[in-house]
Structures are given as C-alpha cells and as structure tokens.
Design a protein around this ligand. Sequence first.
Ligand code: TXE
Length: 474
Amino acid sequence: MVSTIPHHIEGKDVPADDGRYLDNVNPWTQEVTATLARGSVADVNAAVEAARRAFDEGPWPRWSEAERSAALHRLADLVNANADVLAAAEAGDMGRPVQSARSIDIPRAADMFRFFGDHAALATGETYPSGADHDAYVAYRPAGVVAAITPWNHPLMLGAWKIAAPLAWGNTVVMKPAESSPTSAYLLAGLAIEAGIPRGVLNVVQGLGSEAGQALTDSAGVDRITFTGSTATGRRVAQAAAGNLVPVTLELGGKGSSIIAPDADIELAADLVSRAVFNNTGQVCLAGTRVLVHEDIRDEFTSRLVARAGAWSIGDPFADGTTLGPLASAEQHRRVRSYYDRVEAEGGAVLCGGPGEGNVFAPTVVSGIDPKGTVAQEEVFGPVATIIGYEGDDQAVTLANDTAYGLTSVLITDSVARIRRMVPRLRSGTVWVNCYQVRDLRAPMGGRGASGIGREGGTFSREFFTEPQAVFIA
Ligand code: TXE
C-alpha cells in the first residue's frame, strides 16, 4: 500500500508544492499509516489548469458519448479487478469492514461508472417542431471543469457518485477527497489513466477542507461544484460558489425518521431500522435515526431492536466476520460521544451500546428522548437510534417533519391507505416504504432544507453537469 499519497494532476503523481504533508491515521489501530500531500492554493491551481487544458484542448469533451461510455466501462472493470486493494484502502482509512467494502461499496462504485456512461450514451433530447421554416432542438454541452468535494464515510462509492456523471457528459474533474480518506481517490485516478481516460480529465488534489477544499471552491476556473459533506461546510461552499456565480449541488447531512406504524411487520421493522441506523457505524447521511414507533408496539419493537443492536460484530475492519468497524476518526468519536453524554439530560435512557475502546462505538438504542433536544434534532453521525413514541398518523408526520433536515424517511406499514396518506406529507427527498437504502441511479438523490440544494441522478445529473443549448436552424 502507498506510504505517501501525492496529488494526481494531468495523469502524474505530483508532490505537495510547498512540501507539506498530513498524517493518514488508521482509526482501528490509531497508527499513522501514510502521509498525504497537504494541498495548497498552488496545487489546486495546477489541477484546475490541467482540467481546463484537458477540457479546452483535449479529446475527452469531443469524444462521442459512446466512446466515453466505453472508457467508463473499462474503468468500472478495473475498479472491480482492483476491489481488494480499494477495499483495503477504505478499511485502513476510515474503518469500513473490508468485507462490506468488497461486497457493497466497490461494486456499487463500478456500477456508477457503467450507469452514467450508458445513460449519457443512450440519452435523447427534445426537438421542437416550429413550422416549415425552422428546425429546433436542445443539445447538452458539457459545462467545463467540475470541482467534486467528497466526504469520508463511503469514500470511493460517494466519490464515484460525484464524478461518474460529469465525466460521462464530457466534463473534466478536480476531485478533493476528505483528508481522513485520501487513498481510494488516489488509486482511482491511476485506474482512470489505465482505462484510457485522457490525462487531465480526472485530477485529484489531497488536503484539508479549509485549505485545498476552500481554494478549489474559490477558484474562478471552475464551472460546477458538486459537494457532499456537512451542512456547515455546505453553506461555505455555497458562498464561494455565489462569488463566482457557479452552479452548485449540495448533498448535506440528514436526520431521517423511521416511522413504524401500528400495523407494521415488527420483525421487518427491527431489521430495517438496525440496518438503517447502525450500518457503517451510523456514518450515513441517509440513516433513519429518529425512530418513531406507535405506542401500541413500542415495547415489543424496542426489545427486538436492542437484540439486533447486539448482533453486530464489532472489530478490526480487516478481520473476517467484522460487520462494524470503529468510527472513522478520533474526532468523529469525540463528536458522537458528546451527543451520547447529553442523552440523560435530554430525558433519554440508554438501553444498550455506547463508547468502547479507541474509536469503537457500539450500536446504541436510546428511548424517551426529548424530540426537541439536540440528540433528536442534530445529525449525530454515529450508531445511535433514538426511539420516540407516537399515537396517531398526524403526530407521526409532525414529528418526522420537525427537523431542519429533509433527506430521507422510512415508513413501515401494511396499509396502502396509510402509505398514500402519509408519504406526500413527508418533507424529504426520498421516502422508502417497507424497505431501506434502495437506490436507483435514475432517481433524484438530494434533500430539502438543511439537507441541501439540488438533485443528482439520471437526467437530474445531466441538467446539472451540462449547459443545455437551444439550437434553431433556418
Ligand atoms: O465534514 P465536512 P466533517 C456530517 C456529519 C459529520 C459532520 C462533520 O454529521 O459528523 O458532517 O464531518 C471538505 N471548503 N457529514 O467535518 O467538513 C472536507 O475536506 C471546501 C455528513 O468531516 O463537511 C471534506 O472533503 N471543502 C456527510 C468534505 O468537505 C471543505 C458526510 C466534507 O467535510 C471545506 C460528511 C471548505 N471550507 C460529514 N471544509 C454526508 N452528507 O454524508 C471542509 N471541506
């Protein structure tokens, strides 16, 4: 595995311009496993200029959609062929169990390159019959240089999600992975070259958000910004984008509700909630952590959820059989711990779980918490389920909508009437009924309120990463 992680600019490994490096820490062993380039303004400018040259002068935007799609399929093949090393990168950087990365994150990342390549190659546009005198149609021109800023919770999978669509539509990209998960993006950039994607099309700058990330979003050479991360940083990114009048999509935090109706299949509900809240040690923006349970079934549901919480196998992300790793960093552990420490003051009782050694945090079930308190309102981003009882559908909807966020909701019920009545009233970008985390790359992904601005996926990505041009021919 790499011991120094450089930038990747114009197809080459590039050291930090000013020679400064950051430590990459394994969250399980808490040892420094590598150093990474601490990107400066000069590094960011070099990457943006390389992307600009590749866009203005290189072949990529001029290839047909089918040629680009073929290249993205080759990249997908290489991602799958290198699944072991990529999964090890995620495990070492942020503690994702290597088995989960190997079986879920890496193949999903590969699928994204295939899907968006095909989607662009198969897309059609509208024509506008305008009498005998003119032909008119819309063409989707690539927007230019795309800045993609990615988080650390599923580094490769969310990285692929941010870059596959802009690449498919003929843009060039400068990617800034999170400072705590630099490795998989660096490896991916090398695989892109191997796949025959021209130099300068996919550049990766490493470094801190406040330095490299800020410089990238401030850059006047960028035409689009796509960001996934926290709401606080999203606001800063939006301000930088406003300065240059650059379109931006923000996929920010979430505080999703899982509503368990009185007619729900309780076994299914406990299973879905356990996965929705504890998977990836709770570091998932889509997690349905506000568990709203009808009072009639609350006790039974709670005891089944507690049983499931204890069934996860926490351990070394590299070990066979580990289903949950540690939290991704000591900082993340401190943050989750600070919410955990407030549970009692906010009226709640911890039924199971809590902090363990090092960065370990065991699946935690909390009951009786004040729905207006910080633990029930702010994104904990750790494996903490808060159970809140309710008595009627209206109250459930009110509670579900009573947060600043609006990313996802889960509804578990056997009643079609209830589904039809409640779903339209849920203020969230995605609603899963009797399921969780079903993704379809054609569907819009994004949130309302503090969960962000804009949608990506299928044609939604096309609208964002292209400049639609209306053409009238006499
Ligand atoms: O996120 P940041 P942090 C939430 C989650 C978590 C909290 C803090 O609640 O506990 O955010 O995580 C880059 N200009 N989510 O502090 O800072 C940064 O380098 C440009 C939810 O790690 O938002 C990284 O690449 N970029 C979320 C990326 O932004 C900047 C995933 C995300 O980091 C920047 C992550 C700046 N000024 C955290 N500052 C989700 N939606 O899944 C930082 N960055």
